[in-house]
Ligand binder design. Structure first.
Ligand SMILES: [Ca+2]
Ligand SMILES: [Ca+2]
Length: 196
């Protein structure tokens, strides 16, 4: 039993890290985010990985002028791309924005000295707060993987959150009984890990 004491066998608690279901907006154009989305999306009305990278880099969300990691942008899109179009429509973009802002708030809370980075211990705390049920060894391996010189930058932090969430979702889809145990065939394992 991997996750004792958690009703629903949650890998992470609902409400944090989870995409909000998001009400359907009858008058989409009324939404304050819509204008921004339309500008980012361009003519095709869809946001692809390059457009997302540009928009996140320009928004200064990572606290610097360094381009936001393109691979992370691809991951973010695949995480919330419900219609599998490879791009984000407005509702998908809205969900992404909400998730991203939640993660950003978390990052800021843990970055107590406002250095723009968090240390591995802070990442461990953040993952626990998000409700991921991971052993200390696993959390420390994850923290090590996403650190540079013992620090984790905002976009590495986002890359870590996105991947962890996407892998958890992928695992959970195969874990019909929600017991935290899945029997993987080699090919299926490679497919779920490499497609993220
Ligand atoms: Ca576009
Ligand atoms: Ca899509």
């Amino acid at each position: 039993m991997a996750y004792p004491g958690h009703p629903g066998g949650g890998y992470y608690q609902s409400g944090y890290g989870a995409a909000p279901g998001g009400p359907v907006f009858p008058g989409q154009t009324q939404d304050p985010l819509y204008g921004y989305f339309a500008a980012v999306a361009g003519q095709d009305g869809q946001v692809d990985a390059d457009e997302l990278q540009r928009c996140l880099t320009q928004s200064g969300i990572s606290g610097g002028y360094k381009p936001f990691n393109l691979e992370t942008c691809r991951l973010m899109i695949s995480m919330l791309d419900r219609d599998m179009s490879g791009k984000m429509g407005f509702n998908e973009f809205k969900d992404l924005w909400a998730v991203l802002n939640g993660w950003r708030q978390h990052f800021i809370n843990f970055d107590s000295d406002r250095s723009g980075t968090v240390d591995p211990q802070e990442l461990q705390k953040a993952l626990t707060t998000m409700g991921f049920r991971l052993s200390p060894q696993t959390v420390s391996a994850v923290a090590k993987r996403y650190s540079t010189n013992g620090k984790i930058t905002f976009d590495d932090y986002i890359a870590c959150c996105v991947k962890l969430r996407a892998l958890t979702d992928s695992f959970r889809r195969r874990d019909a009984a929600q017991q935290g145990v899945v029997n993987f065939q080699y090919d299926d394992f490679i497919q779920s890990v490499m497609s993220i």
